[in-house]
Design a protein around this ligand. Structure first.
Ligand SMILES: [Zn+2]
Length: 148
């Protein structure tokens, strides 16, 4: 155990302090067996609460304060389940990816003046393709934000 010996500040006798249990007290009171005076000695087991731990607690408290109110007025995007975001991510990349050759083909056709194909068609499909990629990218970022 942690028995420390120290000198009594009153009579100078060597005092063996009681085993100091616990680590939450910085010092403990010791009785001198020679003169009966009491004095305090440093607790060798004393460990102040680690700074990192305190920082994490503060950070968590602040983070909770920041996120809590915003969740109430957040859009469905933030409230969507992880599975829904994963579906949106996969679907966005797959559909967007499948549309790439299709869209390129339409642009090639329009630029080659294929009849009955207005310019608006490839423009609309390009926008749709970009929307799917955007959807997939936003879900990826949201999942990353959630640490998934
Ligand atoms: Zn003493």
């Amino acid at each position: 155990m942690n028995i420390e010996h120290t000198k009594c500040p009153n009579c100078g006798g060597t005092v063996f302090s009681q085993p100091v249990s616990g680590s939450n007290q910085p010092a403990s009171t010791v009785d001198c067996k020679y003169c009966g005076s009491q004095f305090r000695v440093r607790n060798p087991n004393y460990q102040p609460e680690p700074v990192v731990h305190t920082t994490i607690n503060t950070f968590t408290a602040n983070y909770t304060n920041i996120t809590e109110p915003s969740q109430e007025r957040s859009s469905g995007w933030r409230n969507a389940k992880n599975g829904e975001h994963k579906v949106a991510r996969t679907l966005g990349y797959v559909v967007g990816g499948l549309m790439v050759p299709f869209v390129i083909g339409m642009w090639v056709a329009v630029l080659n003046n294929v009849p009955d194909l207005p310019m608006a068609v490839p423009v609309i499909f390009t926008g749709l393709m970009l929307f799917f990629f955007f959807l997939a990218r936003m879900s990826t970022r949201e999942l990353k934000r959630r640490g998934l």
